[in-house]
Design a protein around this ligand. Structure first.
Ligand code: CU
Length: 68
């Protein structure tokens, strides 16, 4: 699993934008977003770089986080 902190993700719209960005890379990705904690956990066959790149391209700033 890949885990990100995305501090500039603030509302439901941001959440759906980030989900959409991740699914544009891997349509089958399992995405779990916590808006309060501003984290996104992603189960995907895509690489960390691909997922982070898509989130960045959507206008957000993902930081890698060690999954709990
Ligand atoms: Cu928002």
């Amino acid at each position: 699993m890949i885990a990100f902190d995305i501090p500039d993700m603030t509302c439901a719209h941001c959440k759906s934008s980030v989900e959409k960005a991740i699914r544009s890379v891997d349509a089958e990705a399992k995405v779990s977003i916590d808006l309060t904690a501003k984290t996104a956990d992603v189960e995907t066959v895509a690489s960390v770089e691909e997922i982070a790149g898509a989130i960045t391209a959507a206008g957000y700033t993902p930081a890698f986080r060690t999954p709990a």
